[in-house]
Write a protein that binds this ligand. Structure first.
Ligand code: PGA
Length: 261
C-alpha cells in the first residue's frame, strides 16, 4: 500500500449490464456491505450511462456505502455533441467520479493526450473526481519504454492542472497488455511502476493522489497485489461484474489498510 491513503476500489462495468441487471448487482453489493461493511476502503461503481440514474437511486434509497462513477464524459459544457454526455448531467444524477482516458477510449474512440487533458480539466472544474487511466501496451513494455511512456501520459494530462484541483485526481496504472487478458502484471512490475508514478506525481505537485492498479485483478490475486504492489486500490473490470468477486477485492484492500495482514 502506498502512503497512508485510504484504499479505493473502482468497478468499471464497461458496456455490460442493462439497467435492470445493474440495479440487481448494486443491490447485491449493498446487502454484502450491510453484512460486512468496508471499514476503510472507499467503493465506486462505474456503470454504463443509461444505468447511472437507477444505480444512483438505489445507492441513495438503500444507503449503500459506495459512490457512483461514469466511464467517460464529454469535455464540453453542452451543445452540438451528438451521443455525448456532460459533467453537469452527471452531477444532476449524483455521480461523483469519472474515469478519464481509459485505454479502450484512447485506442478505440480517438481519445488522444490532448483530449484526455481537456476532459480531465472539465471533470475537476465541475467538482467531480477523476480517475486518470495511464498504461503502456505490450510493444512499449517489451522495448523497456514503459516508464517514459507513462510519465509522458501523466505530464500531458496533469501539467496544466490548477493546484486547487489536485486533490480530485486519482491515477490508475493499467498496462494494456493486462486488461481483460487474464495476465496480471507481477507485483514487482506494479511496485516499480507505482513508485515511478508517485515520483512523477510528486514533481507535478500531486503528492496526495492515490495510485491504483488495474488489469485482470480478481478475487484470487487482489490480496497479493495490495500487499506487494504498493497500490492504494484497484480499478477492476471483469471481476467487478459479480458481487462476490468484487467484494472479495474490496475486503482485501480493507484488511490490508486495517493492518490485518
Ligand atoms: P479487467 O479490466 O479487470 O477486466 O482487466 C480493467 C479495466 O479495463 O479497467
Amino acid at each position: 500500500m502506498g502512503a497512508a491513503a485510504k484504499p479505493l476500489v473502482v468497478g468499471n462495468w464497461k458496456m455490460n449490464l442493462d439497467f435492470v441487471e445493474a440495479v440487481h448487482l448494486g443491490q447485491q453489493i449493498g446487502v454484502m456491505l450491510k453484512n460486512r461493511p468496508a471499514e476503510h476502503a472507499e467503493i465506486v461503481v462505474a456503470p454504463p450511462f443509461v444505468d447511472l440514474r437507477s444505480v444512483a437511486s438505489i445507492v441513495a434509497s438503500e444507503r449503500i456505502a459506495m459512490s457512483v462513477g461514469a466511464q467517460h464524459v464529454n469535455m464540453n459544457e453542452n451543445g452540438a455533441h451528438t451521443g455525448e454526455v456532460s459533467t453537469a448531467m452527471l452531477k444532476r444524477l449524483n455521480v461523483e467520479w469519472v474515469l478519464v482516458g481509459h485505454s479502450e477510449r484512447r485506442a478505440m474512440y480517438a481519445m488522444d493526450d490532448a483530449a484526455v487533458a481537456a476532459t480531465l480539466q472539465a471533470v475537476v472544474r465541475s467538482g467531480l473526481k477523476a480517475v486518470l487511466c495511464v498504461g503502456e501496451n505490450n510493444d512499449v513494455r517489451q522495448g523497456q519504454g514503459h516508464e517514459q511512456f507513462v510519465q509522458a501520459q501523466l505530464e500531458s494530462a496533469l501539467a496544466d492542472l490548477d493546484p486547487r484541483h489536485h486533490e480530485q485526481v486519482t491515477v490508475a496504472y493499467e498496462p494494456i497488455w493486462a486488461i481483460g487478458t487474464g495476465v496480471t502484471a507481477s507485483s514487482e512490475q506494479i511496485h516499480s511502476m507505482t513508485a515511478h508514478i508517485r515520483s512523477v506525481l510528486g514533481r507535478l505537485g500531486l503528492t496526495a493522489s492515490r495510485v491504483l492498479y488495474g488489469g485482470s485483478v480478481n478475487a484470487e490475486n487482489a490480496r497479493t497485489i495490495v500487499l506487494e504492489g504498493g497500490v492504494d486500490g484497484f480499478l477492476v473490470g471483469g471481476a467487478s461484474l459479480k458481487a462476490e468477486s468484487f467484494m472479495t477485492i474490496v475486503q482485501a484492500c480493507d484488511d490490508c489498510y486495517a493492518g490485518k495482514r
